[in-house]
Design a binder for this molecule. Structure first.
Ligand SMILES: [Zn+2]
Length: 411
């Protein structure tokens, strides 16, 4: 094989292979490349200015994609230019995206692998250290983020995620239209969200935020009211239903302890049944619930209340929504279901933000989906000490998932 053939297979635009070395025992391939004749312009990596003369050069070794079983190293001459603006600077080489000893397409292969596997698995696959894989992945994501279009923020979601004992709570701000997370902040205070508005949006952008989908968490509401005057607060349906789930769980536990004896056996292990919606239960499970209800009317009543609350968001007009909520609260009378009375009070206290759904439609479920994505990423591997890395990772995941759904629809 001639060096010409090596040049073709390597396929680095503007470079040719002038020397190679194959080690069959070690299964390594080393390729020395230099610029092709037509490729003489040097570009300053600082400002992009073009030069025809080099200041000096040095050799760099980078790992490239493997050739079959052969681990491939490319040795390349990298020039420095004497730039009037930047001083002596290294030239820009498209295949060398950073100072790390890897080619761009090698980093891309690692980054792509990191989208569907844990860092540990990728490290094993490429025979790299886990810390190296993480560094490559972060650069890969940063390059992707730098070139893409950022959508304007009209509807935002704000949520919190519990990160465990050390990090405690993280505030997650997302774009409901694109379904991607925009910003992470430490803690879940009013100041946390204030920081988002202060550092991530300018005055015009803040005015353009028309709706925010949030949980009934006062610090967030306060911050939004202070910073985004045109923003309507819409309390997230899924969060409200979570509160309803909590209420039914409290009822279940109270009945469990109150009744004792035989009742305990019936209620025991029914937690997930009670938290699952009726439509999602198969026949056998429904029967189990019915058996439970036959023994305990209070649990049944609580379950029906939880189930019927969801209908609240099927109304398009405030008046109708309000009437439905009123009738739902009326159902509670004489039931002595304290957790649900507490929930009803909470709904009344946050009435405006519930009715706002009739005034501004927001996509419920986006916040939940983003939350789920972040948890998936965290489950796949720890080591996200840098929130910026986790954010990029979650953004990339949101975008690739959307692409996947679009592809499925097209097919
Ligand atoms: Zn320059």
């Amino acid at each position: 094989m001639h060096d010409n053939d090596f040049t073709k297979i390597l396929g680095w635009p503007g470079y040719r292979v002038y020397q190679h070395e194959i080690d069959e025992a070690a299964k390594t391939l080393r390729l020395w490349v230099c610029r092709k004749r037509g490729n003489r312009k040097l570009i300053c990596s600082g400002c992009g200015r073009k030069f025809s003369d080099a200041h000096d050069f040095r050799e760099r070794e980078v790992r490239d994609l493997p050739w079959g079983e052969y681990r491939t190293t490319v040795i390349i001459e990298v020039y420095r230019v004497c730039c009037p603006q930047c001083g002596v600077r290294v030239e820009k080489v498209p295949q060398l995206p950073s100072k790390a000893p890897f080619s761009k397409r090698f980093e891309e292969a690692v980054g792509l692998a990191c989208e569907s596997a844990s860092v540990r698995q990728v490290a094993r696959q490429f025979r790299l250290a886990a810390s190296t894989v993480r560094a490559i992945d972060l650069r890969y994501l940063k390059r992707w983020s730098a070139t893409r279009h950022k959508a304007p923020l009209a509807q935002m979601g704000v949520d919190e995620i519990y990160f465990g004992k050390q990090m405690k709570f993280i505030t997650v701000v997302s774009n409901l239209d694109t379904g991607e997370p925009l910003w992470f902040g430490q803690d879940r205070k009013q100041e946390t969200l204030d920081e988002f508005f202060r550092t991530q949006l300018n005055a015009t952008q803040r005015k353009r935020v028309e709706a925010a989908c949030v949980d009934m968490w006062q610090p967030f509401t306060n911050s939004i009211e202070q910073w985004a005057q045109n923003c309507r607060i819409v309390y997230d349906k899924f969060h409200i239903l979570q509160h309803a789930n909590k209420a039914i769980d409290e009822v279940r536990r109270a009945e469990f302890f109150r009744k004792g004896g035989r009742m305990r056996g019936v209620v025991k292990g029914k937690r997930w049944l009670l938290l699952t919606r009726w439509v999602n239960l198969e026949g056998k499970k429904r029967q189990q619930l019915n058996d439970l209800f036959a023994l305990n009317r209070r649990v049944m009543k609580a379950y029906l209340l939880k189930e019927s609350l969801e209908r609240l968001w099927t109304y398009r007009y405030e008046g109708a929504m309000l009437r439905y909520l009123q009738s739902w609260i009326d159902e509670l009378r004489w039931q002595r279901l304290a957790p649900f009375q507490k929930l009803a009070q909470m709904l009344v206290d946050h009435l405006n933000g519930i009715l706002n759904y009739c005034r501004t439609k927001v996509r419920f479920g986006v916040v939940e989906a983003i939350n789920g994505n972040i948890k998936t990423i965290l489950r796949r591997g720890r080591g996200y000490k840098k929130l910026a890395y986790l954010l990029l990772k979650a953004q990339r995941m949101a975008v690739t998932k959307t692409e996947f759904i679009v592809l499925q629809k097209a097919a």
